[in-house]
Design a protein around this ligand. Sequence first.
Ligand code: FES
Length: 56
Amino acid sequence: MYVCLCNGVTDREVKESIQQGATTLRELYQELNVGSQCGKCCQCAKKILNNELLQI
Ligand code: FES
């Protein structure tokens, strides 16, 4: 599923990035550009981030 439509970023890419060490939205932004345009994906990305961090 797409998390960020503006940049074509999928939940899979977000999860991979978290598994490789990203722990904040800022790091996801730096790595994948999530939230760099309209910002509508920030909440969704944050939700995935929190869920994934709980599982690590
Ligand atoms: Fe991510 Fe627009 S959907 S910046």
